[in-house]
Design a protein around this ligand. Sequence first.
Ligand code: G3H
Length: 255
Amino acid sequence: EMMKEILGLRALETELEQKLGVTKVVIVPGNSDEEDWVKQEMGQACVRELKSIIIPSSVVAVMGGTTLAAVAQMMTPDPKVSQSIFVPARGGLGERVENQANTISAEFADRAGAEYRLMHVPDQLSEEAYSSLVLEPSVKEILDLIKTSRILLHGIGDATRMAARRSSEEPFMNKLKREHAVAEAFGYYFNQTGEIIHKQRTIGLQLDELDAGKHVISVAGGASKANAIAAYMKHRPSDVLITDEAAAKGLLHNE
Ligand code: G3H
């Protein structure tokens, strides 16, 4: 904490809160594009934040990605957290298993000594499959649980990089380019002004369900994500942004 004062990160946090309209910004030193330990530092900050706001019997919804995977590794037992339940916020979105919301939510729960639920649904669904799956009792049960979540933890990615990682087809990659997509978060793609330009059809929490009652914690860092973070926060400023020094400096030098 003293280190943060010395590095001037406190001042950057305040500046960024004002610029993004985010209630609370936490900045850790470094650049997670270049060093893996920076994601772990963001993870520790996120766990600290989660423990400070959680009340027993909370439902915590978590999304996927390498950042959230690193955050889950930092979870430690806590009496309040152990009485909570972790759920994946959305379906798999074409990620490797270690980066999927299901895996990450189970990891969080195991480390915290809490319960978790899995959502057994495939990634990319046809319209027909989607409409019948959401009516399945086992799927409906977890969807209802997800809707009651009071805390959401999610990452933010660079649009093109995320689409490529999910092995998207050429026409979709072209659409992202044409419409100047810069950010991705839980299956939604955004342009620089924060407009949604595409939404992947997956089962789970939808962006328009993030009402004021949900405490949203976004975790994203690295110099390469500055534009993506700015775009996403224009769409919906989060309650908390946990980021790193490199992304923060990029964000403050923009515009
Ligand atoms: O859904 C994934 C996020 O948008 C970003 O993923 O943490 O691996 O960069 P990441």
